[in-house]
Design a protein around this ligand. Structure first.
Ligand code: AMP
Ligand code: MG
Length: 482
């Protein structure tokens, strides 16, 4: 850790962007887990982020030279309703560090105590929810979907109140290319503070969109929106293709970098269900699986709205919304083709995917499991042995088989390709609950084991069937309120 150089560019912007804040250490902190993959991104091995000095740093007892912790100001549309002041209530940015290869990562502590934006809340992160964010971000990353990364997780003896019970507090050390949210722009737009909005825009463009600096300055806002909209559409296409539901797609949880952020009550769909929602607090099912693409578009509209004073005309250009739809459709279709082992695009593929989804819904089939089973199917004298599939899927398999005739690769090549993109190990709810329950009792073996599997989700391991299958009937009680 000591070899890294730290800066905090937030402090180079206007004083209204952020406030200096000191982390509040947890009592008797210890490492629950350190993530070797994320450490490597910083050019470190896991021992360098899991020693005493690192623990003192991440617990906020003794920061490293150059770290200048801040909490930033943002607003956001939460479940469709605008809140003018949110901000980092329990996240503290320690700074950014640049690797020799030029890559920069921003490192944040989540759960390190009160900030000026904590409102009536406590600035803390319950251990169970922190474990979930730790694992979910890594699972997404392994599936090729951009997400904030988890560097390490600290447990403690600090007790916090949640509803009627107490829990122990954790600190999640997370990193991202940037934690900038749509809500950072909404904050100044809705205060009508155009000068600050413009300053934030220039600041963000210089830091994160250097490719725009070669273009004429009056083009920047529109080009900026185009880039963010494309990234968002692409991100959500990725979520849909793997059956991931974020659960809280508020505009303050959407990044400009296209990285998945703030993995709260999120989850991977198991039995295919367009209405799946992992968030029991989402009464209206606003953020359920089949709503995510439209909500992504709605959020992009809210971002574009916040940019209207920077655009030549106050009307949001229609091309931006077309761009969202086109990018989404293109990336989603391509991701599904790849999952189906199809290499050459064909005009019938949209219908093939739609009919698959409708057959999956009627069959209540396990989404991830289906693609692994599909890869295993052997054409047998020109016919698939389809009978092990539910009836609606058997019919669909006929069209799939016809479609495969348009492909050039052999059955073995197709199977290999499919098993490289369709996970065998998914972060299933009961596995996550089991890892959380063990961690709450001070045993982190399940956490480590599950991380290892979801970080390498394609390679089937002997003796690990329990981790690849849907929840056995009434096995584990589920963890309730996180
Ligand atoms: P979220 O729903 O996690 O995206 O959070 C929405 C807002 O509430 C953000 O401003 C968070 O920083 C803030 N927040 C959530 N939980 C806490 C907490 N325990 N302490 C302080 N702020 C919080
Ligand atoms: Mg949030």
């Amino acid at each position: 850790m000591k070899t890294l150089r730290w800066t905090n560019h937030w402090l180079q912007g206007s004083p209204s962007f952020c406030q200096r804040v000191e982390p509040t250490p947890l009592d008797s902190p210890y490492f629950m887990h350190c993530n070797a993959q994320a450490a490597h991104l910083l050019g470190l091995d896991v021992g360098q982020v899991s020693n005493d000095a690192a623990l003192r740093c991440f617990n906020g007892d003794e920061l490293l030279p150059g770290m200048q912790p801040v909490a930033t100001a943002y607003a956001g549309h939460q479940f469709g309703i605008f809140t003018s002041r949110l901000g980092d209530g329990r996240a503290i940015t320690l700074g950014q560090t640049q690797r020799a290869n030029g890559e920069t990562y921003e490192v944040q502590l989540k759960g390190a105590g009160l900030t000026p934006y904590s409102r009536t809340l406590d600035g803390r992160y319950p251990l169970g929810a922190a474990v979930r964010e730790y694992l979910a971000g890594e699972a997404l990353t392994a599936l090729g979907i951009l997400s904030t990364r988890a560097l390490c997780l600290l447990g403690s003896q600090t007790e916090i109140r949640r509803q009627e019970h107490s829990e122990t507090a954790a600190i999640l050390v997370r990193m991202a290319k940037s934690h900038m949210r749509f809500g950072h722009f909404e904050y100044f737009h809705h205060r009508d503070d155009i000068d600050e909005l413009r300053e934030l825009f220039v600041f963000v463009t210089e830091q994160y969109f250097p490719e725009l600096l070669n273009e004429a300055a009056e083009q920047w806002p529109l080009r900026f929106l185009e880039i963010v909209i494309e990234r968002t559409a692409r991100l959500i296409a990725g979520w849909q293709s793997v059956g991931f539901v974020h659960g809280v797609m508020n505009t303050d949880n959407m990044t400009l970098s296209g990285e998945t952020l703030d993995l709260g009550p999120c989850g991977f769909m198991e039995a295919y269900d367009p209405g799946f929602s992992p968030n029991p607090g989402d009464d209206q099912q606003r953020y359920q699986y089949d709503q995510q693409p439209d909500i992504g578009r709605w959020n992009c509209l809210a971002l574009a709205q916040a940019f209207t004073s920077l655009l030549p005309s106050p009307t949001i250009p229609a091309c931006l919304l077309r761009l969202y739809r086109q990018t989404y459709q293109q990336h989603y279709l391509q991701a599904m083709r790849t999952k189906l082992g199809l290499q050459t695009p064909h005009p019938g593929d949209v219908d093939l995917v739609h009919s698959l989804l409708s057959a999956l819904a009627r069959s209540n089939a396990d989404y991830a499991g289906f693609f692994r089973d599909l890869a295993r199917l052997e054409p047998h004298r020109g016919l698939f042995a389809r009978t092990e599939f539910p009836v609606p899927l058997q019919n669909w398999l006929g069209s799939y088989q016809d479609r495969l005739r348009l492909e050039k690769s052999s059955p073995d090549q197709r199977r290999e390709r499919m098993n490289r993109v369709n996970p065998c190990y998914v972060l299933r709810r009961h596995l996550l609950d089991q890892a959380i329950q063990s961690a709450e009792q001070g045993d982190f073996t399940e956490l480590g084991k599950l991380l290892e599997l979801v970080q390498n989700p394609y390679e089937e391991r002997p003796g690990m069937d329990f981790y690849s299958q849907a929840q056995p009937e009434a096995s584990f009680p589920t963890v309730q309120s996180l």
